[in-house]
Write a protein that binds this ligand. Structure first.
Ligand code: UTP
Length: 225
């Protein structure tokens, strides 16, 4: 069976606290796709992680502790998502290795972060590498990768495709220039490159996109690789 990993940005999943209508639709989609794919789903921290981290950062809380708090948020979101799926893990794995074992058992696994120092993008790339998934769908709040921030520049141009090298360069430039709003973290791109994992960057709440990618490998977003 083909294998697929979905990295779901927390901003797509949460809205003080959760976007229940979207979560139900995504669960129905995942249930359909499970007929053809083994699926790993990695959920981000979203508003829950951000509200805690931004409240604590000005108090000089150690960054490693802030990351740990972010990880708890991702795991709360992941556990919430399991409630909408049948025959899936009921404990959230804390390592990619454990998640890979759960995929063999259930054909599907939902998880959040693993350890401090990266984001769930990297966890998703590591999980894809570990289980040998050729496809990684990165569902974000933007419908692809642009040459500049489409929220700030109405003439921003969306890329339909990028090589790994171009994406890596863009990720470095945007993490230096624009703070935390990078389309995908650098480590995740490096892992995807070394294992030839094709990344589809899409608007995460565009349900049609998941079907289109899984059935025809076509997207309105950006393909990296
Ligand atoms: P996210 O993966 O959601 O981070 O994890 P993000 O990309 O900043 O947020 P989105 O995509 O907009 O939702 C939330 C936070 O949890 C910590 C990091 O601090 C991260 O910013 N985290 C997450 C880790 O330290 N390790 C992990 O494996 C995952």
């Amino acid at each position: 069976m083909d294998k697929l990993v979905i990295s779901l940005g927390g901003s797509v999943f949460t809205d003080n606290p959760l976007r229940i209508g979207f979560i139900q639709k995504l669960a129905a989609t995942v249930t359909q796709l499970r007929e053809k794919f083994q699926i790993g789903i990695v959920v981000g921290g979203g508003t829950l992680a951000r509200s805690y981290i931004s409240a604590l950062r000005p108090e000089n809380v150690n960054d490693n502790v802030l990351d740990e708090i972010g990880i708890y948020a991702t795991r709360m979101n992941a556990l919430s998502f399991t409630s909408f799926l049948d025959n899936v893990n009921t404990k959230i794995p804390t390592t990619v290795n454990d998640a890979a074992e759960m995929i063999s058992l259930y054909g599907c696994v939902v998880m959040g972060g693993t350890e401090p120092g990266h984001t769930t993008d990297t966890v998703a790339a590591l999980l894809a590498e570990r289980i040998g998934a050729g496809i990684l769908i990165n569902g974000t709040s933007v419908d692809g990768v642009y040459d500049s921030d489409p929220a700030k520049n109405k003439d921003a141009k969306k890329y339909s495709a990028l090589s790994y090298e171009e994406a890596i360069k863009k990720s470095i430039v945007s993490s230096v220039g624009a703070g935390p709003s990078v389309f995908m973290d650098l480590t995740s791109l490096v892992i995807a490159k070394r294992s030839s994992i094709k990344i589809y960057v899409i608007r995460g709440d565009d349900i049609e996109e998941y079907h289109s990618i899984c059935n025809t490998r076509k997207t309105r977003g950006t393909i990296i690789g």
